[in-house]
Every structure is written in structure tokens, then in C-alpha cells.
Design a protein around this ligand. Sequence first.
Ligand SMILES: [Zn+2]
Length: 423
Amino acid sequence: MTDTRFLLRNGYVVDTESAPVALPGTDVLIEGDRIIEVGPGLSADGATVIDATDRIVLPGFVDTHRHLWQTALRAGAPDLNLGAYMSVVLGQYGPRFRPQDVHAATLVGALEALDSGITTLIDYSHALHTPEHADAAVDALHAAGLRTVFGYGFPAHGAQNPEDVRRIRNERLYDDQALVTMALAPLGPSFSPIETVSADWNLARDLGLPLTIHVSSGPVAARPITTLREHGLLRADTLYVHGNSLDDDELKLIAESGGTASVTPATEAQMRVGAPLADRLRRAGVTVGLGVDAVSSLPGDMFSLMRAALLASQIADTTPLTVGDVLKMATLDGATALGLADRIGSLRPGKQADVIMLRLDDLNMLTAERDPIAAVVTAAQPHNVDTVLVAGQVVKADGRILYGDTAQAVRALRATAAVVNDH
Ligand SMILES: [Zn+2]
């Protein structure tokens, strides 16, 4: 049996390696789950041709921090700062979620991401109150059909269950090359005592899992990265989220350890946790990806997030990020932050065919082909996402997502919203 081949013909191809560059009149040839060739005038040779005329073709976006379960709480926390968010969203709403609620919200949130061109995300899933909750989240990620890292999170208000982390790792997410892989998302040194941190880090090491954690100065450790170093817990495969209040020498420690960072400029502004830090992290030598974060307060697409990153930098930084910097953060740097850069993040032969096409003939994109990179970062919107492929599978075509029973997924989310909001 031969693998399915697709030829995306005659697009404005935006590659991101080593820095974003736009190539007009270029084709992308895909075979099976991989990109095999990029260039002008490629032979179709049995491939199904997808016309990319008037389309920007680029690697799918990578979201490095998101709480999919909060998809059931849309527009539910627009005015809450971080402290209020933690007590209301995590402390009051989170415990109301039953396994079916985690499933419904995770599934629709993942489909929403896919629909807007995000082909990879890490789900920092921290409403997992029982093993059934964890199974529901993993089931939903498998059903959605995008590339995901399931970040097994411990609820901020509730019991921790390391045995269930072992079960999910050993019985369900043991294949690190699969479409759905796993990370541990514990509370970390900013929010839990060092004995707990040490046990969590040992658990991750035992199971061969990368770590992702929220970090800030306090309330438990004022200098959390230093605390990790003092206890021999600084590890390369750690993705640090936020950190706006950290000193520059702590950012340097992250760089030296080989760790990576996720900034979420929209929620960081909305929750008022401090000045934007993408530029500080980059100057410290840390690879930085972008994260949507709390969809209870903010939109879930990468376009508004790239705009937030760009505008925040233009306000805060002496030398603001360029549109190329921001697009790279949304793609290749995000892939690096998740430890997946060998697989995704650019349109290089051998990489997984996670590819999206944006319409240049929509009203908001007319004449934007003069600079396809600026077009993606400053002008594009989710409705411009015409085609999405994940691992060589077409999951959105002609502007329509191809997931099976969307109506059922929508009904389930509405039923969940009715339950979790009814108090
Ligand atoms: Zn978060």
C-alpha cells in the first residue's frame, strides 16, 4: 500500500527555520505523515493536488500553555486578577467538573484550537479529581485529532494522585512518538513545599516525563528557580510558564539548565501579573513559546495571541519583537519549548506534515501578499484558516473542520456549562 500523497501547489510558503521567510509560487509535497519536498514546480506524480493559489502555507501553530477544561467557562472571568482567578476559577469552578465535563470541555477546546490553525498544544489539565477525570481528558485529546501533550496536572485545591500518573503513563501514554504524548504538570516550587516538589520531580524522572510548571515569585518560594537549583532539581526538560516577577539571574539559570519558557502575554496582561517578559527571556538565552492559557478570560486562537505579544513588546521593550520573531515563537520556538522541534514547527523535509493554509482572498487579507509574514501576525484571523493538516491527515478543508459529530460535542459542552455554572 502506498502512502497518501498531497501536493500543496503554488502557495506563499512561509518556512520558519532558521528564521521566518516567505517563498512565493512554492509547492509542498507530503507523503504519509511527512513533508518530503518544498520548492517551485514540483511534480504531482500521483499526489492529490490542493490548489494553494492565494493562500499562505505555513507550519501549524504551537500553543505552549492552555487549560482546555476551562472551555466550559467561556467569558466567565474577564475581570479577575490572578488571585481572584485562583480562588474562583480553580477553587470554585474546578471542583464542580465531573469526568464528562472535563471530556466535553477538552474536546471542544481542542477542536476550537484546530479550527483556528493550532495543530499542537499542551493541555495543562488541572481539574483531574479522580482517575476517571484523567481518562476523560485523554479520551478527548485522542478524539480531537490534533497533536497534543497531556500535562497531567494536580488540582490546586484537591488531592494529588501520583499512582494515577503512573497508570496513565504506563497504560495509555507510553509512546513518546504518538500524536498524544504526556508531561507532568505539578504545582512546582512557587506553590508547593519543597518536599512535594522533590517527590513530583522524582515521579517525573521515574516515568521519563518532561515537566511543565507555573512559576512566579512566591507565595511559597520567592526565588523558585534558585530553590530548584539548591535542591538539585533543575532539569533540561522543563517548560516554565509565566515568571514575570522573576529576577534576571533566575532567567539565566533557566537558560543554563536547558529549560524552556512559555509566555502568555494576553492572560499575563489581563490577570496583571507583571510586565511582559518574552524579551527578557530571549536576552537571557531561553527559547520562548506562546501560550493561550486561560480561555475562561481570553480568546483561544494564535492570531490574537501573536498580536498581544507584539503589542506588549512594542509598549514594554526598548527593541520590540519583530513580526518574524513573533511568528517563530508561535511555531518553531513553541515546538522547541515542548521538546518537539525534531518533529514539527517548520516546513522541512522529514518533519511531520502539520501544515495550515490561510486565505489571501478574504476581505481582511486583500493585498497582504506583499509581506506574508506580517500578514499572518498583524492581519489574519481564525476565519482565514482554510485548510489544516495534522500528520498528513486533512482535518480542515474549505474552511470546514472535518471532525465527525461536532453537533454532539457542542451539545455535551452546553450540558456541562449548565452544570458547572449552576450554583
Ligand atoms: Zn496556566
